[in-house]
Design a protein around this ligand. Structure first.
Ligand SMILES: *[C@@H]1O[C@H](CO)[C@@H](O)[C@H](O)[C@H]1NC(C)=O
Length: 401
């Protein structure tokens, strides 16, 4: 049974207090289970990544090992596997013709306006010199001879069978919790022969390049770009330790250059330097086409804590309480059939109120108010007390007037 009190302010107080247990039960489930609002979350994951690539390939008739095709060599979280190189050997400092087509010239006056400006492979001298039997090009000062990078070279296809071994340790500083991607379930014999796949070997830390490229939805033969290997740690530390596991995902990071025809793929140049007997330097310039891998680690961990529990409980109380009050206001006042709803929800109880006026020892006015409902079972004590208090105030005002 619900008691309707005609005085609005009293009605409000009584109703909201009566609703609290219901609100509590409802919000408890939502807050605690679905939103994990009883936990504090640590998103500041600390991580270290070590990588190691294995495999042999053949390129330009030479067998390439890891020291030849992985750069930088430190085994960091970002590394490149070189799939193709164009080498220009025995470069020395000097003067020589440009190798790019756009520097073709007939005489010095074609090149002179560009004097001291950068060309493709050196600083232009302003002279037009013989490049080969048919063409002249502008002369440069720099490392000579200039690189010719239009030669066709087949990439090293064995790269697809190379493996990447990833060692990842993480720490959640708020809880001082550490873990690695070598789960306790992984033993020596398993790790010697396992390769990651998304069905049976979801925790094997050894990845075949072909699989990584495939999982990132890329075509290995066309590839030169940046592939992300993402390791996510979503840990509920209220559960046992074995539930905190990494999950791996793969995607292409340089989606810009994938769509862009102007600068497709990924390449860079580096050189190896030597000294001649007479002391002058010479070098081998290498233009490398590569697949770059970025190992990205993210994650968060949650653990039970009293403070968010309390804050979220209070928040739930408040929001739900306000919601029901609003619903009631609309239903009771503005909708069609509000009278019927009111009649269902509330039942009027008639009370007899008798007021006795007395004087106490300090000769102050005192009102004794007695409320007697026509059916006593229908009123709870709490309502009576508040009603009495309120009536007293009103009576005082009347008396003063
Ligand atoms: C990669 O390995 C498979 C067998 O494991 C082999 O059939 C394939 O030819 C290899 N790919 C290259 C490019 O060598």
């Amino acid at each position: 049974i619900i008691i309707m009190i005609k005085n609005r302010s009293i009605r409000f107080v009584n109703f909201e207090l009566a609703k609290l247990p219901v609100v509590f039960l409802w919000s408890k489930k939502w807050v605690f289970l679905c939103e994990k609002a009883y936990q504090i979350i640590d998103t500041a994951i600390e991580s270290s990544v070590m990588t190691k690539v294995k495999g042999f390939g053949v390129h330009n008739g030479q067998v390439m090992d890891v020291a030849d095709y992985v750069t930088p060599t430190q085994g960091a979280s970002v590394f490149c596997i070189i799939t193709k190189t164009i080498t220009t050997e025995n470069q020395v400092q000097g003067l020589c013709p440009e190798s790019e087509k756009r520097w073709i010239c007939n005489n010095d006056s074609d090149c002179n306006p560009q004097r001291n400006k950068p060309g493709d492979y050196g600083i232009l001298t302003g002279r037009c010199v013989s490049f080969n039997n048919t063409n002249n090009t502008c002369e440069i000062k720099g490392w000579c001879p200039a690189e010719i990078d239009t030669v066709k070279i087949t990439p090293m296809m064995e790269v697809e069978n190379f493996t990447i071994f990833i060692k990842n340790s993480i720490r959640f500083p708020k809880f001082n919790y550490t873990k690695g991607n070598f789960l306790p379930s992984i033993n020596q014999t398993y790790i010697k022969k396992c390769n990651f796949d998304k069905v049976n070997n979801t925790y094997c830390p050894i990845f075949r390049v072909r699989d990584v490229v495939h999982y990132a939805n890329q075509d290995f033969r066309k590839l030169g770009g940046v592939i992300g290997i993402k390791i996510s740690w979503m840990c509920d530390l209220d559960k046992s330790d074995e539930h905190c596991k990494p999950s791996y995902s793969f995607n292409r990071l340089d989606t810009m250059s994938q769509k862009n025809e102007v600068s497709p793929g990924y390449n860079f140049r580096f050189a190896k330097y030597y000294k001649m007997e007479n002391g002058t330097d010479y070098r081998t310039l290498i233009k490398a086409y590569a697949i770059r891998f970025d190992v990205i680690v993210n994650g968060n961990a949650g653990k039970f804590n009293m403070i968010p529990t309390l804050i979220n409980m209070v928040a739930a109380f408040t929001s739900v309480g306000v919601g029901t009050v609003l619903c009631d206001i609309i239903l009771l006042n503005f909708l069609k059939g509000a009278e019927q709803y009111k009649a269902k929800k509330f039942e009027e109880v008639k009370c007899q109120v008798s007021i006795k006026q007395e004087k106490n020892q300090q000769s102050q006015q005192l009102f004794l108010i007695h409320i007697q409902p026509s059916n006593p079972l229908k009123l709870c004590g709490f309502v009576s007390v508040i009603t009495v208090f309120h009536l007293t105030n009103e009576m005082n005002q009347i008396h003063e007037e």
